[in-house]
Structures are given as C-alpha cells and as structure tokens.
Design a protein around this ligand. Structure first.
Ligand code: SF4
Ligand code: MG
Length: 333
C-alpha cells in the first residue's frame, strides 16, 4: 500500500540565541492508510515538535522546518502556503492534544465550536451543522448530546471534554489523526474508555493515527508500528509485537522496565537515570543517549550510530549492532 504520510529527512530546529538547534533531527518514517503508528519517548525527545511540524503548527519566529519533506497523499506539506495547509488541517489531518492544551474555547458552547469546524470545511447550512454536531457527540459516546451541545467546556468533565475534542477532530472524517498524549491527563478508567473509543473510530472511519505517548501500555493497546525517539532522533522502529518481545535499543529496554503497573501511581520512567539533554547541550557527535546508557562504550561518544535494519522490519540505531556502524568511507561525524 502506498503511504498516506511519508516524512523524509525532516529537520525541525529551534532558534536559541541566534543559533539553530534541531529538535527533530533527520527523521524519516511512513504511515500507511489505516495504520496506527506510535511515537514514544520521554518528554523533550521531539515527539510533539514532530507532530507540530506535520500540522505546520510550529511556534513562529522561534522554530522552523530546516529541511526534509512531509508528503501527505503525495503532496509536500512543507512547501504548502498557509491557505493550502489550512484546507488540509482539521479536514484531512486532525489533531487532539492532552487535556491541558485543548483548543476548546471556554467562551463558546460545545455546539458552536463543533459547527465552526464543520462550516469551515463543508458546504452545509448552520442548521445541518448543528444536527451533525449532535450526531458527532452521540458518536463519541456522549449521552444527552442535544443538551451537551448547548453547554460550555467548563460544564463537562475532563473525559467528556476529551470526547468533544475527538468529535471535533473526526468531524470532517480525516484520513490521519495525530493524537498527542490524548489520555495522559485523564484517570486510568477514563483513559481506557477514551482509548477504546479511538480504536472504534479508527476502524469505523478507516483512519490512520499517529499516537504520541510516553506510555508503552498505551502503545501495546493501540499501535501497529512503533517509533522510539530519543533526543530528536529515531533510535528504534518496528512492529508492536517485535518491540515488546525483542526490544534492541538500550533506551527502549529501559522504557520497557518503566512501564507503570495499573495499580501504581502513574509515575513513569523514573527508573531511567538522568534526563534528556536540552537542545543547547545536545552532543554533536556520538550517540545522544551515551550519558545515560548502561552499555555505553568509549566509542559511543564519538561514533554516531546510524538507524539501520538489524533484522527484517526492525531498525535500530545503536553501536552494539554491527548494522548501525557507519560504513567504510562514510564520514564519521
Ligand atoms: Fe548505548 Fe552506545 Fe548504543 Fe548509544 S550507541 S545506545 S551509548 S551502546
Ligand atoms: Mg509532548
């Protein structure tokens, strides 16, 4: 199947003191129609910057796509005008955020906000939009949608607000949904319900999903393929079963050990010592994980591992694997 989304050698940088630092560093991946691709890593690994790049929603003036392409249905989103991207955003590609970042506007009713999305992208009357809003709310499992449609965001619970966000996101039946930590702010029971809803919608609407999360439990539940990111780079990529049964990158293995149990506090990833280096302190050569890696070898600080297939369908960037070593004649950077 031809990919729906094809990201090639993407570099997205932030400008700090007049210098550019890559938050997304030479990232390539594809998403096929209907596929659910998980992107995992701790905060600061570039997951959200990657999704904002695809949506062309990077904060202006301080960040920009420096190189690479983002082909959606064969067209490069990077090269599109604001107008062109506005036609695609919210219609063919939609996004949902973690609750604290929701784009629900507190001063407008739920119905008004849903209708805005519909009227923006569809040739329908206000009356039809209102009717469709009610149907959408019903579709995401909101009871009494005819009442909720006239309520304001603060009148709803966190879980219901996230359902409304999902209704807004799927209003125009996008081909791709980008979900950035969609359940992180919710309690465990509601989290499970929202994931279940996303799964149902995904298969009912033939939609692909990029699911961004730090939670491998969510990945196991939802994803076909998984990309593990560290410090702006992809360090491992494979299908979900392989990732769980045969993780190869030391960072992935540590993330595995950090899967929270359902009955524990959702304090995640505490078992990995140290923190993701900040953009300014990112090592320029060698493996970016070296400072925290339990298997680090002396060469890891000056040889940059390359993402390459170690087994069919399983890519890893780590010098423990022969395939990640820069080939002879290649510039060791
Ligand atoms: Fe660890 Fe070296 Fe592999 Fe990096 S390249 S993950 S430091 S063993
Ligand atoms: Mg994030």
């Amino acid at each position: 199947k031809a990919p729906l989304l094809e990201v090639n050698h993407l570099e997205t940088a932030f400008k700090i003191d007049r210098e550019y630092y890559n938050a997304v560093d030479n990232v390539s991946f594809t998403v096929k129609p209907r596929q659910v691709v998980g992107i995992v890593g701790e905060s600061g690994c570039g997951k959200s910057v990657l999704s904002l790049s695809v949506m062309r929603l990077l904060p202006k003036g301080i960040s920009e796509i420096r190189s690479g392409e983002i082909l959606f249905d064969g067209k490069d989103l990077v090269k599109m005008s604001e107008n062109e991207i506005n036609n695609i955003r919210g219609k063919d590609i939609a996004m949902i955020f973690q609750e604290p970042m929701t784009s629900l506007n507190p001063v407008f009713t739920i119905g008004y906000q849903l209708q805005e999305v519909l009227l923006n992208h569809m040739e329908i009357s206000k009356k039809e939009a209102r009717q469709k809003s009610i149907e959408l709310l019903k579709g995401v499992g909101i009871s009494r949608p005819d009442k909720i449609v006239d309520e304001y965001p603060h009148q709803l619970s966190g879980g219901m607000r996230q359902r409304v966000m999902i209704a807004m996101a799927i209003a125009c039946q996008p081909k791709l949904l980008i979900a950035d930590e969609p359940t992180t702010a919710l309690d465990v029971t509601v989290q499970a319900q929202i994931l279940e809803l996303l799964k149902e919608i995904q298969s009912a609407n033939d939609m692909a999903i990029i699911l961004i999360t730090h939670d491998l439990g969510v990945v196991a539940e939802m994803c076909d393929d998984v990309i593990v990111m560290y410090a702006g780079k992809i360090v491992e990529r494979t299908d979900v079963d392989t990732l769980f049964y045969n993780p190869k990158h030391p960072y992935t293995k540590l993330l595995m050990g950090a899967i929270p149990k359902m009955d524990e506090d959702r304090e995640v990833l505490e078992s990995i010592k140290g923190i993701v280096p900040s953009l300014k302190n990112m090592p320029k050569v060698g493996c970016k994980f070296a400072a925290r890696c339990p298997h680090a070898m002396p060469e890891c600080s000056f040889v940059t591992p390359q993402l390459a297939e170690t087994e069919q369908g399983h890519e890893v960037a780590c010098l423990l694997y022969e395939t990640s070593r820069p080939k002879e004649g290649m510039n060791v950077q």
